[in-house]
Design a protein around this ligand. Structure first.
Ligand code: UDP
Length: 329
């Protein structure tokens, strides 16, 4: 299938492009390179530098490349910034996505795969988290993703759009060969920050809160390998042949790890000592978030290859060793 990967130069998008190739599809990338990296996409893959919210950019790509399905990974994802600059998040994550969907429908493309997030649930009442939990985001980032989800439902009903929205837990790790990986500027995610603290690129890692009601007092999260995430996006293709079909899936391993466990695992994988500073809680961090992904496993045959967090960290470490400063661009 000819697949337009919007945000294909970003962290999850670039891994998905690799998996599409491996599965025999033909990916085409659209990315404005605000957060994406040109080097994350192999030179032989058709690449367009432009904005997903601009029909003058998107419509010719859909036509010229005979696109049959669009995957959308391009979003701003700094939760704290979404609170202080919500305009940016509504504009980029919601309004631009709406424009993309309109351009698709106007050009006869009606299959859509969307990057959503467990942040759409807010603070869950029950764990592990199933898809039917109430969705009550606690920040504009989660809200904009939920707004898109709701838009997709209405468009499926009214216009025959078929879609799958994946609610990711904590995407982590890197390509097995270490050639592409996580490179956010600024970086806020735990695993790359702990690796930086291990190698001395950062002075230390601050643990945000040690007094949570969890076994070791630090927050529990569900770290899921980026290639496992990517494979689910492709496994859903067959279900999108039916016009108006819509699916929501949680993607996580269901095995939570605490911040301290991540630090210990990084020390074990790297053989390096991680300097740790115990700090105050970060505003808006729920104590525990982890997925029940049995729906994706049952309906898509989704298999989690990386069930152990140390194996996920080993791929992040391989990427880091090959590219200590991330991509050059
Ligand atoms: N965290 C931390 N120190 C850091 C960054 C993150 O203790 O420098 C904690 C954070 O409070 C959360 C977990 O690590 O409990 C994962 O945070 P991350 O920002 O990677 O992902 P999130 O779960 O917030 O999406």
């Amino acid at each position: 299938m000819n697949v337009l990967v919007v945000g294909g130069a970003g962290y999850i998008g670039s891994h998905c492009v690799r998996q599409l190739l491996a599965a025999g599809h033909r990916p085409v990338v659209l990315d404005n390179l605000v957060f994406g990296h040109r080097q994350a996409v192999a030179p032989e893959i058709p690449f367009y530098d432009g904005d997903l919210g601009d029909p003058a950019v998107v419509a010719p790509i859909l036509k010229d490349e005979q696109i049959e399905l669009v995957m959308h990974f391009a979003a701003f994802a700094y939760v704290g910034e979404s609170v202080t600059e919500p305009r940016k998040y509504y504009e980029n994550n919601f309004v631009a996505t709406l424009r993309l969907l309109e351009t698709m429908l106007d050009n006869g493309v009606s299959k859509f795969v969307f990057s959503s997030t467990c942040a759409t649930y807010g603070e869950p009442d029950t764990l592990p988290m199933v898809e039917t939990l109430p969705q009550a985001p606690i920040n504009p980032y989660g809200q904009t993703k939920l707004d898109v989800e709701n838009c997709l439902k209405a468009f499926a009903h009214a216009y025959g759009l078929s879609f799958a929205a994946f609610r990711y837990f904590n995407a982590a790790g890197a390509a097995e060969d270490g050639s592409i990986g996580e490179d956010h500027k600024p970086e806020t995610h735990l695993i790359p920050l702990v690796i930086d603290a291990a190698t001395g690129r950062r002075e230390n890692i601050k643990i945000f809160g040690t007094d949570y009601d969890t076994p070791d007092g630090t927050c529990l999260r569900d770290y899921v390998h980026v290639d496992d995430l990517s494979r689910a996006h492709i496994a859903v293709f067959d279900k999108l042949n039916e016009p108006g079909a819509g699916y929501f899936y949680n993607l996580g391993t269901g095995r939570p790890n605490s911040v301290r466990e991540i630090i210990n695992a990084v020390e074990a994988v790297t053989g390096l000592k991680v300097p740790v500073v115990e700090a105050d809680r970060r505003a808006g961090d729920p104590p525990a978030l982890y997925a029940d992904s049995s729906k994706a496993q049952a309906e898509l045959g989704w298999e989690i290859k990386y069930t152990e967090v140390k194996d996920i960290i080993a791929t992040a470490w391989k990427w880091h060793q090959a590219h200590p400063n991330g991509f050059d661009d």
